[in-house]
Write a protein that binds this ligand. Structure first.
Ligand code: FRU
Length: 471
């Protein structure tokens, strides 16, 4: 399997490298398909970023394993050898998402082994093994043999076969694992397991909302920061309510009250990112005790497309974002290392409806001193309108099927747009709200026009430097 990945990379890499939509400062697959970030951690100074990777297939159906980048500074990256392949009895139909947990000077990895049994099954309540598997590493680049820890029979008897995406945390000298799950009645929930040795796990409890909130919750992440417990998860099957939940699947978080060794309660669900392309975020605490989030800049089962498929690649990761908690609300903003990418600073006092051409899509655009209501026209046909406390982002043909999304927000003081060759990450009021989307226009579409006078600062952003671990 390892060789199949290398063959696909050699076959398609020139095509991907020539694509003018490839990203400058976002991690993307060398070739083929990328989805969720996995196994995020910082170990002995080095950050490790693993991700769901299917190099043979830009549509992500074939042979999903884990790719791997490492970095010391989020500017220079090493493309490490691919880390995990769906090549054993415990993961043969996909080495799916999972996480890293550092303890006793080792990285402990937990991931989902996806098994599809042969036969006439619906693969929801029957026919699928969703296992929790384990491997570890003493250096972040050599890994032990993988082994199975939990199988379907270890989950509560009312669970469907959809139980996956383990994430670990420690509290009061115990280890806990959260798993995303779907019951046989199609109710989304989180299972919590407990362990004292990181290998033997006992089921403890489950978390869900009073009223059903979707049929499946993916990619749970339960952690404490600023003395507050938070559960991030991605519910599937939630109906749109006015301007909320406009995507096919949701991303967001609950503030969690109570104690893990007693009872936990979920507060209301809040969306993390309102854009067309954000899903399966994972967080970790780094050695400076920052809570950093990286998301998949993509989504499964979308009704829009990414034209990069024809150049044999699809999707990318978001910028790493540092999280802050303000009045029980998560703020997200690119980590400060992103500033090291800056070059060529331009300051513009833009007149009303004046068209300004900037240098490159690979840039950071800061906008402030806007009127109370405004429209920003950006690139070929992206429109950001703010009126009656509603921010509406609409895309034209450069959205390849992406239409309109909304964010309700009381007032807008400033906007930061991190633009890359085919992506936009928009941060309102230093991360109070965020909006992430892919966009496909020409290199000459570097233009901005605003219906209000405003102050704009633009920095061009350098590309990440990526070198290969093995030649
Ligand atoms: C989320 C997800 C996870 C799963 C992985 C498979 O995008 O569906 O639940 O483990 O992707 O690639």
């Amino acid at each position: 399997m390892k060789q199949k990945y290398i063959d696909a990379e050699n076959k398609y890499k020139d095509l991907v490298e020539k694509d003018h939509w490839r990203l400058n400062y976002h991690l993307m697959p060398k070739v083929g398909w990328l989805n969720d970030p996995n196994g995020l951690c910082q170990f002995n100074g080095i950050y490790h970023i693993f991700y769901q990777y299917a190099p043979e297939d830009p549509k992500g159906v074939k042979n999903k394993g884990w790719g791997h980048y490492s970095t010391k500074d989020f500017i220079h990256f090493i493309r490490e050898d691919n880390a995990l392949f769906p090549d054993s009895e415990i993961d043969k139909n996909g080495a799916y998402s999972g996480s890293a947990f550092i303890e006793n000077n080792q990285i402990h990895f937990y991931y989902t082994g996806n098994i599809k049994f042969k036969g006439e099954y619906d693969y929801i309540n029957d026919g699928r093994g969703h296992y929790v598997n384990y491997f570890s590493s003493k250096d972040g680049i050599h890994f032990t043999k993988k082994k199975n820890l939990l199988k379907n029979e270890d989950y509560p008897s009312d669970m469907s076969c959809h139980v996956r995406d383990p994430k670990i945390f420690k509290k009061n000298h115990h280890y806990y694992m959260v798993l995303g799950a779907r019951t046989k009645e199609s109710v989304g929930c989180i299972l919590i397991y407990q362990s004292d040795d990181l290998h033997n796990w006992q089921y403890k409890t489950r978390l869900t909302t009073k009223e059903k909130f979707g049929y499946m919750w993916e990619c749970p992440d339960l952690f404490e920061f600023d003395h507050q417990k938070v559960l991030i998860t991605c519910p599937q099957g939630v109906e749109q309510v006015e301007y909320q939940y406009e995507n096919v699947y949701q991303n967001g978080y609950f503030i969690v009250n109570g104690e893990i060794d007693d009872c936990l309660y979920l507060d209301e669900f809040k969306q993390l990112d309102h854009g067309f392309d954000f899903y399966a975020p994972q967080t970790f605490e780094d050695e400076q005790e920052r809570r950093i989030l990286i998301g998949w800049m993509g989504l499964p089962d979308i009704p829009y497309t990414n034209p990069t498929i024809k150049n044999q690649w699809q999707h990318a990761l978001t910028l790493p974002r540092e999280l802050k908690l303000v009045d029980q609300k998560i703020y997200q903003y690119p980590i400060q290392e992103t500033k090291k990418l800056r070059k060529n600073h331009q300051i513009i006092n833009l007149k009303q409806n004046e068209l300004y051409h900037y240098q490159t899509h690979s840039c950071e655009i800061h906008i402030e001193q806007l009127d109370k209501e405004f429209t920003i026209n950006l690139r070929k046909d992206v429109k950001i309108n703010y009126q009656n406390h509603l921010l509406t982002v609409s895309m034209g043909t450069s959205g390849y099927g992406r239409d309109t999304r909304h964010i309700k927000i009381n007032s807008i003081e400033e906007i930061d747009i991190f633009s890359d060759m085919s992506s936009l990450e928009i941060f309102i009021n230093k991360g109070e709200e965020t909006f992430t989307a892919r966009v496909y226009d020409e290199e000459s579409d570097t233009q901005i026009k605003v219906s209000s006078q405003c102050h704009i600062e633009i920095y061009d952003l350098k590309a990440y430097q990526i070198i290969e671990r093995s030649k």
